[in-house]
Design a protein around this ligand. Sequence first.
Ligand SMILES: Cc1cc2nc3c(=O)[nH]c(=O)nc-3n(C[C@H](O)[C@H](O)[C@H](O)COP(=O)(O)O)c2cc1C
Length: 168
Amino acid sequence: MKALVVYESMFGNTAAIARAVADALGSHFEVTLAETRAVPRAIGMDLVVVGGPTHAFGMTRPGTRADAVRQGSAASADFGLREWLDGCPTLTGTPAAAFDTRMSSPLFGSAAHKAHRRLRRLGCVTVAPPQSFRVAGTSGPLLDGERERAGKWAESVAQAALAATHNA
Ligand SMILES: Cc1cc2nc3c(=O)[nH]c(=O)nc-3n(C[C@H](O)[C@H](O)[C@H](O)COP(=O)(O)O)c2cc1C
């Protein structure tokens, strides 16, 4: 059984959550962990998990990524989760889930909600509600306990994906 965890991250916080998710999924799946800009292939996977930072209430855009660079991100601003999903082929019946990182206040919105909808439009069977993990500020850090919570969330995603596969 193969799982893909694909993420974008401007300041490293979503990357840290993606690593925690990949580690937990590793008990059940052979996991590929890849950044969106590596354009990993999602076809043939038994589970696809996508994650990105929340920017301007949703998934990042070129302009918001450029803003992040102006605020000190050393990441490349050229290709994010939105663009990866734009280029993703139909994934009919593939179990999938989405997560994001975001601040608890004063801003709201969730990239994961938007990505979740996009996964469904690609034909995925979403096996968990979109999940958010919290950062203290634009560049982080993650709030205490969020890595551990990501591991637990990933375990529940794995169980739901395995159940969906067996019932298919
Ligand atoms: C341009 C920009 C817009 C943002 N907009 C939001 C937002 O609408 N809601 C929110 O909760 N956080 C917002 N944030 C904070 C990001 O969610 C935070 O930087 C991100 O979770 C950090 O993850 P990363 O280290 O993986 O980039 C924004 C950050 C930037 C740079």
